[in-house]
Every structure is written in C-alpha cells, then in structure tokens.
Design a protein around this ligand. Structure first.
Ligand code: ADP
Ligand code: MG
Length: 400
C-alpha cells in the first residue's frame, strides 16, 4: 500500500463550480459583539480567495468560543454574526449566515447555484453533534458538497465532526494554505531540525511541556528553561525559590531530566537571576536578584538581565530554535522584558526559528520582533501536540 499523504489546495483540479465545505478557525477574540483582533480572519483570506478565484461555491464552518448550551444568551454571545459582517467588508461579497448549522438550508442554498454569495454556518458548537464527532451530522454536511478543505490548524487536535468525521466521509479533500505552512515547518523541526537544535520552554507548567521534551529529547542540543517552569527545575537543584510557583510533583522528574541531559553532555540553561515580587497584586514593588536564589516570601516573575544575556550568548550557536512558553508573567509589564529580550535574540539569530503556543506567540507579536522570525504557529495546543509526536485527528483525516 502506498504511504498515506495529504493533498494541498493546489493539488485539487477542476474546482470550477464545485461546492466546497471550508473549515476555518474564525474563533476571534470578541467583546460585546465587537471583534478585538481580526488576525484569524485576515489569515484565512488567502485560502478563501483562492477557492473563489477557482470558481467554487463556499460553505464555511467555524466554531467560536465555548458555548455551553443552546440558551438564547449563548446564541447571542457566541454568534458568528460579527464575523459574517467583517467578511462582507473584507471580501466585498454577500455573506449569508445560516442560523442552524445542522439544518437542510445549506443544501438548498448551495444547489441554487448562485456564485456571488458565500454561505457561513453559525457557530458549529451550537450543534450537539459537532463536539461529539457525530457521524450523521458529518454525513449531512458531506451530502451538500463535493470537496472538503480544512484550514483550521488550531482545531486539528480536536476530534470534532467538522474536523474529523466530515473529512473521513469525503473523497476529495485537502489542506488549506495555513495548514500547509504549519505542517511544512513543524514537521521539519519535529523530524529533522538542523543542529544545534535549541528548545526554549517557559510558561506556567512543567506538566504541559513534558510531552514535547520527551519526544524531542534525542534531538535537543540546548534546552533553555524560563517562566514558572524554571522554578521547578531550580528547586530540583536545591536552589531556594521562595514563594515562586513550583509543581511539587514534578521536582523529581526535573531532577531526573537534568541528569539525563548532563549524561549526554547537552546544555541546559536555567535562569541565573530573576525579577521578583512579593505579590502579583503589587507589581510596582518588584526587585531584581543578583543570583539564582530567591529570598523567602518573594516569587520569580521573569528571568533577570544576566539570564537574558546568558540565553542570548548560548543561543547564538543554534541553527534551529523552537520557543514555547513566555519567560515571565508577560501580561504584566515590565515582566514582559525577559520574553521581549528573548524575542530579540531569536529575531537577530540566523537560526531557523519557530514560535509555538498561544501566549508565546502573543508575547512575540507584542515584542515587535515577530516579523523577523521564520514562523509563528497559529496552532497553540495543536502545535504542542504535534511536537509531542501525537497524531492530530484533523490532519490524519485529510490523508488519503
Ligand atoms: P503558551 O500559551 O505559549 O504555550 P503557557 O500557556 O504555557 O504558554 O504559559 C503562559 C503563562 O505562563 C502566562 O499566563 C504567564 O503569565 C505564565 N507565566 C510565565 N512565567 C511565570 C512565572 N514566573 N510565574 C507565574 N506564571 C508565569
Ligand atoms: Mg497558553
């Protein structure tokens, strides 16, 4: 049997007049019916425009947030209506929002054959079958269309009907431009990163990142740890960490991991100084330590200036860098400075650089250096699971 493979948009032929179910990630941050950041909509445009240029009739589906049920309040709060309006402005086309994604309406509207309007299904999570990966819901959608295209990378780790059951029911299917880029870049890093390969981890929890470390361990030349994660590692080395956030049940793991790295003569970088506060409620009272120990009653909230320099010096020899997890509580300035300094280091390095993780991507963008990085994954949880070596249901379902 031939190896399974994924098809991309440009592999699809004869798209003229074809009815296409396009799964997008239009899950934009919203407040009181206003879109706060339209990045995800803008990023979806190349795939939408390509399909329109090919003469396709589009039925677009996306989720938005996490509606709990079907209450009128939820239906208003999680409606894709503002997204529909934004699409009208961006595409200069009529967009018809279909209230019930599991109704027969799309079938009729698609059959009408009018090319000048785009159909957008309401929040897919309004139907019970979506999160349950329900086959009959998938069949219903499959019967409306000829082709399935998925460009919702950030949802590919979820086995939901529009991501998993639907493409499995379709013969003609492909990945859109966003997924194509993610798979190209992340598979290169996961399978054969050019060495020396540096993995930089930060963020809140060691337990979130163990999978990535374990899957990549034989390829890592430099492991740099910042963020709250670092305190579990420092504690494992017997360094006083004050009131910093520590995962007590992961200290033994951290100790073991440090041993494994030193046995393999690989570099592990931990912070050697810290920005500390007594409480996050009083950020203005912060101090900077001169050493790795943190005094009692204080908690580490960012890597200090010496650590930033150390990381920069050691990362200079990396040929590939993957960064996941901010170096500090970047939401509260000035505790974003460690992450910004790291972003600058990565931007200035000649290494192939990839940022994965929602908060790390946000920190990289806020730093102003994101344009100089090779790839910022839009995946969040999906990119982490990919780097853990897991099979993502949404990608698997696209394979032939
Ligand atoms: P990503 O979304 O990039 O995968 P995470 O979700 O793992 O990153 O971690 C981001 C969170 O980690 C942020 O909310 C940040 O405030 C928190 N964080 C980073 N450093 C610390 C720290 N020293 N103490 C407490 N929280 C931290
Ligand atoms: Mg996060």
């Amino acid at each position: 049997m031939a190896a399974k493979s994924m098809r991309f948009l440009r592999d699809l032929e004869n798209l003229k007049d074809k009815k296409v179910f396009l799964r997008l990630d239009l899950n934009v941050p919203m407040k009181d019916g206003k879109i706060l950041d339209d990045t995800r909509i803008r990023e979806a445009l190349p795939t939408i425009n390509y399909l329109l240029e090919q003469g396709c009739r589009l039925l677009i589906g996306s989720h938005l947030g996490r509606p709990k049920g079907n209450s009128e309040e939820d239906k208003k709060k999680y409606s894709l209506e503002p997204v529909a309006q934004d699409l009208v402005e961006k595409l200069k086309k009529e967009v018809v929002l279909i209230d019930s994604p599991d109704s027969d309406a799309p079938r009729g509207l698609l059959a009408e054959g009018r090319m000048d309007k785009i159909l957008l299904l309401e929040n897919l999570r309004f139907c019970k079958g979506e999160e349950a990966n329900d086959n009959s819901l998938a069949q219903k959608w499959a019967k409306c269309v000829d082709v399935y295209v998925n460009d919702a990378y950030g949802s590919c780790h979820r086995a939901h009907a529009s991501i998993d059951a639907l493409p499995r029911a379709m013969r003609v299917k492909a990945a859109g431009f966003l997924i194509e880029k993610e798979v190209e870049v992340l598979s290169k890093i996961r399978n054969a990163p050019e060495t020396p390969f540096a993995l930089i981890l930060g963020g809140s929890k060691v337990s979130d990142k163990i999978g990535v470390i374990e899957n990549m361990i034989n390829k890592i030349d430099i492991l740099a740890v910042g963020g709250a994660m670092a305190y579990t590692f420092l504690k494992a080395q017997g360094v006083p960490v004050g009131a910093s956030r520590v995962e007590s049940d992961k200290v033994a793991y951290a100790k073991e991991l440090l041993k494994r790295f030193s046995a393999r003569e690989k570099t592990v970088l931990l912070p050697i100084d810290h920005v500390i506060v007594k409480s996050l409620d009083t950020p203005k009272g912060f101090q900077t330590t001169k050493e790795e120990a943190i005094p009692e009653g204080w908690m580490g909230v960012d890597i200090g200036p010496q650590s930033r320099e150390l990381f920069a010096k050691e990362l200079a020899r990396a040929k590939t860098i993957f960064w996941n997890g901010p170096m500090g509580v970047y939401e509260i300035p000035p505790f974003n400075e460690g992450s910004f300094a790291l972003a600058k280091t990565i931007a200035e390095s000649t290494a192939f650089s990839v940022i994965g993780g929602g908060d790390s991507a946000a920190a990289a963008v806020e730093s102003g250096y994101s344009e100089k990085m090779d790839h910022i994954s839009t995946g969040g949880g999906a990119s982490l699971e990919y780097m853990e070596g897991k099979t993502l249901p949404g990608l698997d379902a696209l394979e032939h």
